[in-house]
Design a protein around this ligand. Structure first.
Ligand SMILES: Cc1cc2nc3c(=O)[nH]c(=O)nc-3n(C[C@H](O)[C@H](O)[C@H](O)COP(=O)(O)O)c2cc1C
Length: 228
């Protein structure tokens, strides 16, 4: 697949077919990911690739946590590995709000029955890596901005590489709210912050959740030109 096409067609996938991704394919994707850039070539990342029974156990633990920490509006807990020290910038809120609205409009068109129940099911599915057959947990040596930047680049590298194998991905912050799950089940030591996670699998291309439009700000809003 051509690079620009891959960048423009990648989208977050939130509904997957159950078929597990073959180990060989996951290995090839992770092998490509090694070529992601990082400051000083420090390669400050570690990857735990999950599937099968281990991922089932993770999903079960996540289910327990949602029940414990969902207050009806939000999670009453924050990943202690990545504490937010300043509030989320106010000017970005309309964009995140728009995502929510767009998903709701697509999933629950006027006349949809049992919206509350369906939304609770969707939320629970979200906490189970959207039922993806595989997931990747990215942890690192510290949570400095440079390291987190590198983790972001590695994440996108995985997502783009996955496309070449017909796979879909969703980078997921919501699955790492409780890093203790991964410490317990995967043996990730304290002091290695769990930075992000990625759901990966073959996309259910017809699912509405994989087809809603994703707006982007225009170049005028995002780019200043200087001497060009
Ligand atoms: C750091 C990060 C964390 C994310 N966490 C979640 C998440 O927890 N749940 C989710 O559904 N999507 C999550 N996403 C996906 C974003 O919602 C998505 O990238 C954004 O809406 C743009 O849509 P697109 O990826 O389809 O282009 C995350 C993306 C990033 C980069």
């Amino acid at each position: 697949m051509e690079i620009i096409e891959a960048i423009r067609t990648r989208r977050s996938i939130r509904s997957f077919k159950p078929d597990p991704v073959p180990r060989k394919v996951l290995e090839e994707i992770m092998d490509s990911c090694r070529w992601a850039p990082s400051g000083g070539n420090a390669q400050p990342w570690h990857f735990a690739v999950l599937g099968g029974e281990v991922l089932d156990k993770v999903k079960a633990k996540l289910r327990e946590k949602i029940e414990e920490y969902w207050d009806g509006t939000t999670f009453t807990y924050m990943n202690p590995d990545l504490p937010r020290t300043v509030p989320y910038p106010r000017e970005l809120m309309p964009r995140t709000q728009k995502l929510r609205e767009q998903i709701n409009a697509y999933l629950y068109p006027p006349g949809t029955e049992d919206v509350e129940k369906k939304e609770a099911e969707r939320r629970a599915k979200g906490q189970r890596f959207f039922d993806a057959p595989n997931a990747i947990i990215i942890y690192c040596d510290d949570a400095s901005p440079t390291v987190m930047g590198a983790v972001g680049i590695a994440s996108q590298t995985i997502c783009l590489a996955a496309l070449a194998y017909g796979l879909g991905t969703c980078i997921m912050g919501q699955s790492i709210i409780w890093p203790e799950i991964y410490r317990e089940l995967l043996g990730i030591p304290e002091g290695k912050p769990i930075a992000t996670s990625i759901a990966i699998g073959y996309p259910d291309t017809d699912a509405p959740i994989n087809n809603f439009p994703r707006p982007r700000e225009s170049l005028d809003v995002l780019v200043d030109w200087h001497g060009v």
